[in-house]
Ligand binder design. Structure first.
Ligand code: SF4
Ligand code: SF4
Ligand code: SF4
Ligand code: FES
Length: 657
């Protein structure tokens, strides 16, 4: 389904939302409104539909109070306070539109425009420029200072970045870009150099954007209210006409975007501030690496070749579908029912994935369906199902903002899941403590304003040993959450686990030698994880794509349960998935042994349910005992299936299985 972007859902309320139990009632222009304590006057006004002109404020960044466009009058308060930096107070009476305010705002705007190129008609932001909009809002009709004074109109453009330009002649030094790079992205690549009139935005660590520490996430471009920072694609193609909401095609963060289009041509991808995973942020991949969408190499028409050495021939959809179906039928007639199958990608939608497994199970009549999640996070599916009873991670990404201790294992979020990496770094800047378990010295170990308290640089392949050593410390030093264990864990299984990990051979002094990590660091990490408040584990392919990946995932889940770090915000077991729909592709029944919803194929009741609903899965449990069954993995995982196979007549004929 295509979701058309509705601009009405994208109102900028000026300053970020505040959460508070305390509600404040105030009066704005004669109307009463109640908002949480800490809300700015600007946001309160915007919530009731009153627009106060603004330039340096935006609701994705903390207020800065530099442009002086948002002045208001407040009864009992001297002067004209900036509404973006003034918090509401009980009984406050605010006036946003008075003749004096109108004059002040026009005066400020006059100053801005006196040092701004008068090229609106040919500007790439024309029609989508906050400076232009606010000039209209305040009723600017003349610039009394003229345009001949000292100005920045000759400042040289920086076009070094491959994705966006920086035109300092249009800069109003509102600082939004600098704050976006700090607060949203956490890279701190921008700074304001010079003082007063000489103040200019500079890319830190280089002479231009390309040579600087900038990672091209685009947050500054998104924040800029003028055409100073502007996507090259918009400069070349002009402003887009319409937007559709979509999901980034890259990593497992699953950022939402507005695909901004001109006709059918994609002009730019703008991170959607209503996106639950990204809240209006993005990384370079989703924001700028969308050339594939319209790349000429894309295959957009069906093609057939009958032999690998034949050239591809474009054909109609009817011909392609008929040919594929007849070839499937021919192969099955010639080589047997199990000779064909289907594989889906974790970049497919749920609907596509569901239909492929249904095609395989109903039309092909076998369970030969699989997905690329097999090679990345199937250990997550299996390990979490075994321990927690659910194959999915336990938290949303926002949960990290409640974490006090963050344990990152076998993952490099700032590179591989950059938008989550930025959120994680933001939490670290707020004071959360970080443990990194990874052979690599990843960015998080020591980056700007984010540093790991402990980096356990274990030898590759020793994840299970490390997790057992951590568990040993937690159990033997009495760091367990006994109340949680008593209430939520299986008593017998817990006793077996704790007895095992308590054994002396699982002590950090022993396993640390295998892992190549000092025992005292392992002990310190275990203590911090177990006692540091809300503790959350984030892990990636450095866990799941290694041997014993499933065992490692179970070890991670056991740590969380033993310390009660599960079941609330700020804690949990969080797999960082590689692609944008790994979870969905597993949910939809893409594995040979599982029907949609992780229901095991060997369960006759489950199979009957699916047969009634039109998905008639392969029900040949006896075929597990057949040499012709290609479903080897299914056979390996299904104990019930194996048991049934042993008693089946065919099993006696094929004892090797
Ligand atoms: S693109 Fe991102 S990293 Fe680069 S300067 Fe802008 S906000 Fe900072
Ligand atoms: S580049 Fe844009 S966001 Fe940055 S200070 Fe200038 S006008 Fe503001
Ligand atoms: S973090 Fe992942 S989902 Fe978000 S924009 Fe980057 S690649 Fe896309
Ligand atoms: S918007 Fe309030 S000072 Fe700029």
């Amino acid at each position: 389904m295509i979701t058309i972007f509705d601009p009405k859902t994208d109102i900028d309320l000026g300053t970020p939302a505040r959460e508070s139990q305390v509600q404040i009632t105030l009066n704005i222009d004669g109307r009463s409104i109640t908002v949480p304590e800490g809300t700015s006057v600007m946001r309160a006004a915007a919530l009731m539909g009153t627009t106060i002109p603004k330039l340096c404020a935006t609701d994705s960044l903390e207020a800065f109070g530099s442009c002086r466009m948002c002045l208001v009058e407040i009864d009992g308060m001297r002067g004209y306070p900036a509404s973006c930096t003034t918090p509401v107070s009980e009984g406050m009476s605010v006036h946003t539109q008075t003749p004096k305010l109108a004059t002040l705002r026009r005066n400020v705007m006059e100053l801005y425009i006196s040092d701004h190129p008068l090229d609106c008609l040919t500007c790439s932001a024309n029609g989508n420029c906050e400076l232009q909009t606010v000039a209209g809002q305040v009723g600017l009709r003349e610039v009394r200072y003229g345009y001949e004074g000292e100005n920045h109109l000759a400042d040289v453009k920086d076009t070094s970045n491959p994705y966006f330009d920086y035109d300092p002649s249009k800069c109003i030094v509102c600082n939004r870009c600098v704050r976006a790079c700090e607060e949203t992205q956490g890279t701190f690549a921008l700074t304001v150099s010079g003082r007063g009139f000489e103040s200019r935005i500079s890319a830190a660590g280089g002479d231009n954007f390309l040579d600087s520490e900038c990672v091209s996430c685009g947050a500054c471009v998104q924040a800029c209210p003028t055409a100073t920072l502007m996507e090259k694609s918009v400069v070349q193609m002009g402003q887009p006409e319409r937007s559709v909401i979509t999901t980034c095609a890259y990593c497992g963060v699953g950022c939402s975007f507005r695909a901004e289009m001109k006709g059918d041509q994609l002009v730019r991808m703008v991170p959607d501030k209503n996106g639950h995973a990204n809240h209006g942020h993005s990384c370079v991949k989703g924001r700028f690496a969308w050339g594939y969408a319209t790349h000429p190499d894309r295959i957009t028409k069906p093609m057939i070749r009958k032999h690998i050495s034949d050239p591809w021939q474009e054909v109609s959809w009817d011909e392609a579908v008929t040919y594929a179906a007849s070839e499937f039928r021919r192969l099955q007639q010639q080589y047997g029912r199990d000779s064909i199958g289907g594989i889906t990608s974790s970049r497919c939608t749920n609907e596509e994935t569901y239909l492929v497994q249904k095609l395989v199970r109903t039309a092909f009549g076998n369970n030969n369906v699989d997905t690329c999640a097999r090679v990345c996070h199937s250990p997550t599916g299996y390990g979490l199902k075994q321990t927690l009873g659910e194959s999915a991670g336990t938290q949303s990404f926002d949960s990290v903002m409640q974490a006090d201790v963050i344990l990152v294992m076998g993952a490099n979020p700032s590179d591989a899941h950059p938008v989550f990496g930025s959120q994680l770094k933001r939490r670290l800047r707020e004071g959360a403590r970080l443990i990194v378990i990874d052979p690599r010295r990843i960015d998080l170990v020591d980056s700007v304003h984010a540093r790991a308290e402990l980096h356990l640089a274990l030898r590759p392949g020793t994840n299970v040993a490390m997790l057992n050593a951590l568990a040993h410390v937690i159990v033997t030093e009495g760091l367990l959450d006994q109340a949680f264990i008593d209430e939520r864990c299986e008593t017998v299984d817990f006793a077996r686990w704790s007895t095992f990990v308590s054994q002396p051979e699982n002590a950090p002094e022993v396993l640390g030698l295998i892992c190549g990590v000092p025992a005292e660091d392992i002990r310190a990490a275990a203590r911090l994880y177990a006692t540091g408040g809300n503790a959350a584990i984030y892990y990636g392919l450095g866990v799941t794509e290694h041997s014993q990946g499933s065992t490692s995932v179970m070890g991670i889940a056991n740590l969380a349960m033993a310390t009660g770090n599960i079941g609330r915000e700020g804690v949990g077991v969080n797999p960082l998935r590689g692609q944008n729909n790994v979870q969905g592709s597993c949910d939809m029944g893409s594995f040979p042994h599982e029907l949609p919803g992780y229901r095991h194929i060997s369960n006759e009741v489950v199979r009957a349910q699916f047969e009634r609903r039109g998905t008639s899965p392969c029900n040949r449990t006896r075929a597990c005992a057949s040499r012709t069954c290609s479903n080897r993995r299914w056979r390996a995982v299904s104990r019930a299936c194996t048991a049934r196979a042993k008693t089946s007549p065919r099993a006696t004929r094929t004892p090797s299985t």
